[in-house]
Ligand binder design. Structure first.
Ligand SMILES: Nc1nc2c(ncn2[C@@H]2O[C@H](COP(=O)(O)OP(=O)(O)OP(=O)(O)O)[C@@H](O)[C@H]2O)c(=O)[nH]1
Ligand SMILES: [Mg+2]
Length: 325
């Protein structure tokens, strides 16, 4: 059986960062797998995890209505049967509801395969102070469904957000562990804690797609001879726009980083080709993280997510101008 953990948490709270930390510290002789389900139609987290030596399966276009759909189940089955991993970490979309995925993981058919361990919920304490986030039912249910709360980004937590965290802990943690950390640097032993949380969750269902959810897997690639394409997604009060560019497209490094830093949106993530190789861009609000590597990526992809509809065309024109001849 594969020991399995759900790693939940709202948009940009640090799920992928935590998974990268766990993978970097996993026992050398164990095979680990990661299933990532993203809100955007253009999958980025798979590319952010690509170097981690784990088996990675990415399901883009993630939402509560399709998380239980065929792509997710096919992804899960492929990882479990072909990979036979010792451990599976599942990162659902930050905007999604944990109910369907927990229902799926506890379904009869997976009983011989999955040993469900603790569900860890990443929390950026500052999110407790943002009313649009705090009042989001999915945010609240992610916390409610967790066996332990990982209060991440302690380096950026100010007095007000720590106070909000303490109040939440007193009123709603119900004795569950709250672990304070930075960059998801948690102990691997937490993964073996038991799944005890039995709260009954009400799933909400509000989502629209620019393409049918079942086509989500197709978003991973670009049709032949097409230099780029974009995909839109919206739901739960959030809007996403992602672009994929072919392998030959290169971007001006400085211009691209400025574009990503200044784009008037809450969330930016991408892996793109630059003359020096590749750059990974990951921005949540003002938390801006970049990494470069000399090997070029198989393609370039970038995704923007915002809590109101943005001028995607203006952002796109500026991005297209950053392509090198
Ligand atoms: N300052 C700071 N930034 C962090 C910390 N942990 C993660 N980040 C940054 O926060 C941003 C989001 O991190 P991710 O790990 O991609 O978050 P996520 O929850 O996987 O995001 P989604 O999958 O888009 O929901 C990135 O820019 C990270 O570098 C931390 O402890 N401190
Ligand atoms: Mg992520």
């Amino acid at each position: 059986m594969t020991k399995t953990n759900l790693i939940t948490g709202f948009l940009g709270s640090g799920k992928t960062t935590t998974i990268l930390h766990l993978l970097a510290n996993k026992p050398k002789d164990e095979v680990w797998a990661v299933l990532v389900n993203e809100f955007g139609e253009v999958g980025i987290d798979g590319a952010l995890l690509a170097d981690s030596r784990a088996l990675i399966k990415e399901i883009p276009g993630g939402c509560i209505c399709c998380v239980n759909g065929l792509p997710m189940q096919v992804g899960l089955n492929t990882l479990l049967r072909q990979g036979k991993p010792d451990r599976l970490l599942i990162e659902p979309t930050g905007l999604g509801h944990p109910k369907q995925i927990l229902d799926l993981l506890t379904a009869e058919v997976y009983q011989p395969w999955i040993d469900l361990k603790a569900t860890l919920c990443l929390l950026d304490p500052r999110q407790l102070l943002v009313s649009k986030v705090f009042n989001n039912q999915n945010f609240r249910d992610q916390l409610a469904a967790a066996d332990m709360i990982i209060a991440n980004k302690q380096d950026n937590a100010d007095a007000a957000s720590l106070q909000a965290l303490h109040s939440w802990q007193q009123q709603e943690s119900d004795g569950r562990q709250v672990i304070y950390t930075e960059r998801g640097a948690i102990s691997l032993t937490l993964l073996d804690e038991a799944r005890l949380n039995q709260r009954v969750l009400q799933a909400s269902h509000e989502h629209t797609h620019s393409v049918k959810p079942q086509q989500g897997l197709a978003a991973l690639s670009l049709p032949e001879h097409q230099r780029w394409r974009r995909n839109l997604n919206s739901g739960q009060g959030y809007f996403a726009c992602g672009w994929i560019f072919d392998a030959d497209t290169q971007f001006d490094t400085i211009g691209l980083l400025e574009w990503a830093r200044l784009a008037p949106v809450g969330r930016v993530k991408g892996v793109l080709r630059i003359p020096e190789g590749l750059v990974r861009i990951n921005r949540q609000g003002s938390d801006f993280h970049i990494e470069t590597q000399s090997a070029p990526p198989p393609d370039s992809r970038i995704e923007l997510i915002n809590d109101e509809l943005s001028d995607w065309n203006a952002l796109q024109s500026a991005l297209l101008k950053l392509r090198l001849p």
